[in-house]
Design a protein around this ligand. Sequence first.
Ligand code: 5AD
Ligand code: SF4
Length: 431
Amino acid sequence: MKKLFIETLGCAMNVRDSEHMIAELSQKEPYELTETLSEADLIIINTCSVREKPVAKLFSEIGVFNKHKKPNAKIGVAGCTASHLGKEIIKRAPSVDFVIGARNVSKITQVVDKKHAVEIDTDFDESTYAFGEYRTNPFKAMVNISIGCDKSCTFCIVPATRGDEISIPSDLLLQEITKAVATGAKEVMLLGQNVNNYGRRFGSSEEHCDFTQLLQKISNIKGLERIRFTSPHPLHMDDTFIEEFASNPKICKQIHVPLQSGSTEILKAMKRGYTKENFINRCEKIRALCPEATISTDIIVGFPGESDADFEDTMDVLEKVRFEQLFSFKYSPRPHTEAAEFDAQIDNTLSGARLTKLQARHTEILDEIMDAQLGKIHTVYFDELKANGRVSGRTDDGKLVFVEGSEELLGKIVNVKIVKTSRGALDAVLV
Ligand code: 5AD
Ligand code: SF4
């Protein structure tokens, strides 16, 4: 049997794309996954291009992989960097055998044996393609509900790498989720660049279904206990959606609301479509209707033109919303984006200082939140066996929990009591 080594960078969409590639390749001929590069027959790097650093790393990594691989092993570059650099990758690194873009995953079996094949069509519609079945974790199913992105945030390369937004027809989604449930998944994670823009455009059907309606349809699937989704856009968080989020017992009470900046001026320059006040209002609505929900966010510091006062607005939103989780980044200028051409790019040292300040304050908030979990009862879905006789799972609101136990706990939803807290995870006992 041939061996496949696949490295996945970037977001959950990329993780699912890797699963799709594994499934497609295995339908053509059996592959065994390996974590040892030197024994692989096929090496795939599924790349992210959202910031500059991982892209720069790609070429040095290709060099290292080429040195350690078996003589006849092939190297393929997939994902967002493949989309935006295309054949440039082979020019710079001729040891790469093929390049396959983030929107062309279904073509993996066509390119894998073609020397120097490049498939990066960002208009390609694979929204109704029946991918083969492969899931890394049978207890939790990731399901793409849309591909591409119709927004034009001025910092973001994704519309250029994943193309226009197309929703996958809801009947196909229901079939896919029902199948996953039949093979052991009690939880589904719905994926898309803007999940709550679902239904804006379908490739071939005349369907009308928005995200709230989709959530309702999915929650009728028997045997499915938990629904998560990522990422929604604050602009599309209407009251109906928040009410559904709060009242539907199958929807996990964890929501990602990407802020990007707390300054209305900067949000305008980013073309985000909301103000500081709109954003706070949406979070307050979530907290009011669903006090048990956790809210996570993404923040970029050092966007071109960001003044001290703009940054203080971001700090102010952090104080007001008290995000349970924060993903924060220094602005990184990207090709094919408007902001890369803006004057007033911010000095790296200043961005670094702002990032440190933001993260330090968030850490204090997080410590308070996690410390307060001691003694609390949570409902946890156990889905991973860990070393030293431990099993891990997530609370309904997304916190990572460890208990002592064995495989009998896997796939079970159980009440636990928190006995020890830390910043990243909670220790618990069954109750
Ligand atoms: N620079 C820094 N961070 C970025 N992100 C997207 N584009 C950039 C960029 N050019 C961040 C955003 C997004 C997350 C996935 O990555 O916060 O929500
Ligand atoms: Fe990275 Fe964005 Fe592509 Fe995901 S969609 S892999 S975050 S560039």
